[in-house]
Design a protein around this ligand. Structure first.
Ligand code: MN
Ligand code: MN
Length: 358
């Protein structure tokens, strides 16, 4: 007998059997998401051979330059998910308005939101990229192509996750009962259950932030980073390492595998703009995965999953990872962010030693 491995199909069906009243529509929806991710993994894996590197010559609704693979990955997500009858509509980073399911296909009750290719500026340098997805129930009586159907807080997600296209392709997701990781077996074309019950370690000595933005940081963020950088002789009493891949999926995956904290905070550019990451199809799905793994996901000021969205492409500050670190950063925002931050900060060191050491 060959070794018996659990496939994603078996896993999903097993979960469906556990859930009272499950109809299977959701199982089918996840199957299609899985297929879209496999199709994108195939294209990404061909690299320069596919002739798909480089810019598409267009910009998306957020004014970002689209790569050819951004456009292709978006088309793959739409074409793979539109026909199955489980979805009421879709929304994507790459499309200004929600996508209407063509009349030729039946409509379902779920909404699929996605970032088809995250970190796509890394494609040409062969660094990990990914896809991020979030599934919501379409509110009763609201059409699936109406923007307001999608404006639900992250706590309402029924499923969320990402695929990472790295040296291996993995699919990581949650239904709200823990976080499950699968690795694509390219020979048999199926995801295998390799990472049960993923947990974010509570403490860390790694942090990830784009330091080139430091002149725009708010006092709380400056303070947090300075304290980490001060290392063993600073208020934290230990040395930290920095990491920065500039790909949200790759950062989230590293933090899920071995811990750490990620910050893309709100900053003072454009008059305290909200941040850079998109709430509905980046921060919320990654946030649910991280929280289901025992970590914390925050705007800097409070739980990102509780934010009531006002717009489809709304942006947010985003801080996530090891629970205790994120809670510390939230404390700094609440208690110290209004005061101008005056480096060196260690005049306040005594205060931090007593209040926040732990
Ligand atoms: Mn992205
Ligand atoms: Mn993208």
């Amino acid at each position: 007998m060959p070794r018996r491995e659990t496939t994603l199909t078996e896993f999903i069906i097993g979960e469906q059997r556990k859930a009272a009243g499950a109809t299977g529509g959701f199982t089918a929806a996840l199957n299609d998401i899985r297929l879209a991710c496999k199709r994108i993994a195939y294209q990404v894996g061909k690299g320069a051979l596919a002739g798909l590197h480089g810019r598409a010559g267009s910009r998306n609704v957020q004014g970002e330059e689209q790569q050819k693979l951004d456009v292709l990955a978006n088309e793959i997500f739409l074409a793979t998910n539109e026909w199955g009858g489980h979805l009421a509509g879709m929304a994507s980073e790459e499309m200004e308005h929600p996508y209407r399911i063509p009349d030729a296909y039946p409509r379902g009750k779920y909404l699929l939101l996605f970032d088809p290719l995250d970190g796509s500026s890394n494609i040409d340098v062969n660094v990990s990229v990914g896809s991020i997805f979030s599934v919501l129930a379409c509110p009763e009586g609201v059409p699936g192509d109406a923007e307001r159907a999608y404006l639900q807080p992250g706590t309402k997600q029924v499923c969320a996750g990402y695929a990472i296209y790295g040296p291996s392709t993995m699919l990581v997701f949650t239904f709200g009962r823990g976080v499950h990781g699968f690795t694509l077996d390219r020979e048999i074309g199926e995801f295998i259950y390799t990472h049960p019950d993923l947990r974010v370690p509570e403490d860390t000595s790694e942090f990830a932030i784009n330091t080139s933005n430091s002149r725009f940081w708010e006092p709380a963020v400056k303070r947090y980073v300075d304290e980490c950088m001060a290392g063993r002789s600073g208020p934290r009493g230990k040395d930290f390492n920095t990491r920065w891949v500039a790909s949200l999926v790759a950062e989230a995956h590293r933090i899920l595998m071995r811990g750490g904290v990620f910050l893309y905070p709100r900053d003072t550019r454009e008059n305290g703009r909200a941040g850079r990451l998109r709430l509905l199809y980046e921060a919320n799905p990654i946030g649910l995965v991280i929280e289901q793994a025992g970590g914390r996901a925050s705007t800097g000021y409070g739980a990102v999953l509780e934010v009531e969205p006002q717009a489809l492409h709304e942006k947010t500050g985003f801080v996530f990872g090891a629970r205790r670190e994120v809670e510390r950063i939230e404390t700094y925002h609440r208690d110290f962010n209004e005061r101008p931050y005056d480096a060196p900060l260690f005049g306040a060191r005594g205060l931090f030693r007593t209040a926040h050491r732990g």
